[in-house]
Structures are given as C-alpha cells and as structure tokens.
Design a protein around this ligand. Structure first.
Ligand SMILES: Nc1ncnc2c1ncn2[C@@H]1O[C@H](COP(=O)(O)OP(=O)(O)OP(=O)(O)O)[C@@H](O)[C@H]1O
Ligand SMILES: [Mg+2]
Length: 459
C-alpha cells in the first residue's frame, strides 16, 4: 500500500503536534468570522457587533455565522455540532471558500483564505482540503471509480495511478465491485461512501466532512465512524467534521464546537462538554448522549485498594483481603507492574500449608484494560469477572480499577466517581474469622507448636 506509507511518512512533524504542543501553528485558524446572507451583509455585521440581535435583523439578511473564533490543530478531528440551521454547513464552506466570509479572518496553514481570488481558492480546495458534502455532490455522468479519482485527476495524477488509488479507497469504504456503476444507480448511503472515498483519495492534509455519515443506515454508520477513527490513527489528517448527532460528535471528536443560531457557544473536549456544559442549551444536548461511548476507563477509574506487592507474601495478602472484605486482590511488582490476582481461598490454603511465595497461587487478571478504552467496551469484562476491571498504563502498571458499580454510575447523571456509592468489591468466600484464626494458628505452627488443621472441606 504505497498510499498509506506515503501518507504516514509525510506528517511526522504533525504527529507531534497532535500531542497538543501549543507552539505548533494551527492547521486552520478562524477569528471573528461572520457570514451574512443578504443584500447588505457588512451593514448587518456592524449591527450585530452593536448588540442588535440576529432576529431583529432578519429582514435585512440571515446571519448564518456570527463572530466565530477557533483553531483546529494539525492531526485533530474537530467536530462542529448543532441543530439544523445553526450555521454548520455555512461555516465549513467558509473554510474552503465555497462561501465567502463577510468579515473576520480564516487562515489555512498560515494562508489567509478570506479575499483570495477564485483561482487561488480552487488550488486550495484541490491541493490542501477535500470535502465530503452533505448532499454527496457526485458527478452524475461519471462512473463510481472516476468519481473517486476526480480529485486526483484535477491534481494532474496519471490515469493508471489515480485509478489504482481510487480502487484502493473504494475497497476501504466497502464498495469494491461497484466501480463501473453511475452514481444514480447507487443508494444514498452508497453515494455517500463514494464521496468519502473521493475525499480520502485526494490525499489532502485537511478533510472537511459535512454530515458525511448522516445518509448511512445505523449499522454502516457505526462501522464508518470506527473506520474513520482507525484511518485517522494511521493517516493523522486534520478533519473538520460536521454532525447534528451528539453521539457521533462525542465518539469522533478530539474537540467539539457547539453552534446555536450562528454562534459557537462552547468549544471543548467531549468530556468537557459532557461534564461541564457551558449553558442549558448544551446541557440539553448532552442529556441523551450515550456516555458509554464517550467516557474512558481513565475517566471513571478509582484508586485500586486491594493490591499487594508479590514480595509481600501470602499472610499480608490474606490480611489485606480480610480487612477490605474482598475475595481477591491484585498482585504487582514493586514498580506496580500488574502480575495477576490471588484469591482468598487459594491464599488461605497456601498459608495453612506453610507456603511463602504468593506468586505460586497467582492467577491471570480476569479483565484488564488501558486507560483510553471507552467504557462501552468494559461491560462484558465486568460481567465476566467478579473483580473490578484493572486499568493499566503503557508500562503495564496498575493505575486504577473500575468496579461494576462505578460503571453503572457513569451511565447515569451521577458523577462517575462518587463517595455516596459504596464500592463493592467481590465478597469474601471465606469469613474474616476463619482468616484471623488461620493467621493466628499458622503463626504458632510456624514456631513449631501447633499442628496445621486440614481444612479443604471447610472452605
Ligand atoms: N445560500 C444561502 N442563502 C441564504 N441563506 C442561507 C444560504 N445558505 C444557508 N442559509 C441560511 O443560513 C442559516 C444556516 O444554514 P446552514 O446550512 O449553515 O445550517 P446547518 O447548521 O448546516 O443546518 P443543517 O443541519 O440543516 O444542514 C440558515 O438559516 C439558512 O437558511
Ligand atoms: Mg448543513
């Protein structure tokens, strides 16, 4: 796949930028931008600046975008969300000059877009930013393959190479075999996927996607969302993605801008928007969000309590489990690397039999996740295991746990970590009295005075 190597080889510097290094120049920078449709747009902008409302000015024109300011970092998926008519399409079309900007500034990789000549804007769209349109915008008399290759054709790429690349992208969006059809012979969802393939095939640094998945049925839509995230990890494009679907916004967005009546009312990470909505409008929006696809294990995890270092030995492990009233605990190295879990029954037996090495009764940790895994992926694990789900970092160190109850709390409006909900660890399978007694008798046994009591059947 020469295509992907080319792409991922190119943006090393930009990869670093994704980590949020503030000194990196933004890919797109919008500052005080207005778009007014109407006869005297500049006049309307002046009045808006003087505090006159959009509604009062309606007879003079439609203020579709009002005083928009934001930056999009290289490698970021920046989502613009809002109800129908809030100005999303107008805004995205201002970025590539399909709509002119009434006032304010928009730069793309440092170049001012506002005021560029038509031919310069065309170059910009061809070489730097491709767009997936809300209403497909395919060329009706060209077949699917040549539609996908269109951007490359404009760039002057030769026939064979552009068809090869177009074929590659058609396959990636699941349309292999449809190359020779005309767009009109495809369903809306399939046409949308042709538009997506065309945008990716053009290999521009910036992708503008206006409701790119809205025409797809839910299953395919979900698949495309996941595929986009995957592609993004590989290609590190800068993507402005418009949607009116909050779940989609939350799933895709590194950051989200919420628009209302032409204005951007909040810009933040999905987590910011969810947990700290700027106003009632945003709060109402997020009410219905599928939190399980937004919050990550790292967002909801709690400090692990039932943990012992492997070197501590079975007696310490047993005491820890008794004190915490739990049937199992995590075992780590001194550097907190997660080794596995031990269970109260096993450790009790080991102590009675005079064993001293806790790792002899170690079992694999039933459920382990990374901090960035979304909690929708945790449910199955949590159901399968009585232990809280273990959260580890890149060095496999245990950094937290997600008990089942936390998982459930996170789905409601309750704060994800709350002291009002008791953390229920797996209940002990042996009584604390039995553990206390065993610890006492074995201590004497260790000093040679008392016999070990065989207890297999009492467990
Ligand atoms: N070419 C135009 N001429 C006049 N008014 C326009 C034009 N394009 C958009 N508008 C108006 O600008 C406002 C914002 O429209 P826009 O298409 O940007 O909304 P949107 O958020 O993309 O909505 P949707 O979710 O329905 O696509 C609307 O009031 C619309 O009627
Ligand atoms: Mg729109």
């Amino acid at each position: 796949m020469t295509h992907t190597t080319e792409q991922s080889g190119q943006p090393d510097a930009r990869g670093a930028a994704t980590a949020g290094t503030p000194q990196t120049a933004p890919a797109i920078s919008v500052s005080g931008a207005y778009k007014v449709f109407g006869r005297r747009p500049k006049e309307v902008v002046k009045r808006l600046r003087n505090g006159i409302s959009r509604e009062q000015l309606r007879s003079q024109g439609t203020a579709a975008v009002i005083d928009a300011s934001f930056d999009v970092q290289p490698g970021e998926i920046f989502v613009v969300m809002g109800l129908s008519g809030s100005g999303k399409s107008t805004l995205i079309r201002m970025l590539n000059g399909l709509n002119d900007t009434t006032d304010g500034s928009i730069t793309v990789f440092g170049t001012e877009v506002v005021g560029l000549a038509t031919s310069e804007l065309r170059d910009l769209r061809r070489d730097r930013m491709s767009m997936v349109f809300q209403h497909f915008a395919l060329l009706p008399h060209r077949n699917v393959l040549d539609n996908v290759a269109y951007g490359l054709e404009l760039q002057g790429v030769g026939l064979e190479e552009r068809r090869k690349k177009a074929q590659h992208w058609l396959e990636r969006v699941g349309l292999a075999g449809w190359e020779d059809r005309l767009p009109g012979q495809l369903s809306g969802g399939m046409q949308q996927r042709v538009g997506i393939a065309r945008a990716f095939a053009a290999e521009t640094d910036i992708l503008l996607m206006d409701e790119a998945f809205s025409a797809l049925d839910p299953l395919i839509r979900r698949e495309m969302q996941e595929q986009l995230v995957e592609l993004q990890q590989e290609l590190q494009k800068t993507i402005v993605f418009i949607t009116h679907d909050l779940n989609e916004a939350m799933f895709l967005g590194d950051r989200i801008a919420v628009m209302r009546d032409g204005r951007i009312v909040q810009v933040g990470t999905p987590n910011d928007i969810l947990t700290d909505p700027a106003n009632d409008y945003v709060a109402q929006f997020v009410q219905d969000v599928d939190r399980a696809r937004v919050l990550t294990a790292g967002d909801v995890m709690e400090p692990p309590r039932a943990v012992v270092p492997g070197s501590a030995g079975p007696r310490t492990a047993l005491r820890t489990m008794r004190d915490l009233q739990t049937s199992a605990c995590f075992v780590t190295t001194g550097a907190r690397t997660l080794l596995g879990v031990v269970r109260d029954k096993d450790v009790l037996r080991q102590v009675r039999e005079g064993g001293t090495d806790l790792t002899d009764v170690l079992r694999p940790t039933p459920s382990v996740v990374r901090a960035d895994q979304v909690i929708s992926e945790l449910f199955e694990l949590a159901v399968e295991s009585p232990l809280p789900v273990a959260v580890i970092d890149e060095q496999d160190r245990l950094i937290g746990v997600v008990p089942r109850v936390t998982l459930l709390a996170a789905l409601t409006d309750l704060p994800p970590v709350t002291t009002e909900i008791p953390v229920i660890e797996p209940l002990p399978t042996v009584t604390s009295a039995m553990i206390t007694e065993t610890l006492a008798t074995t201590q004497t046994a260790a000093s040679g005075n008392a016999p070990l009591v065989p207890t297999e059947e009492t467990l």
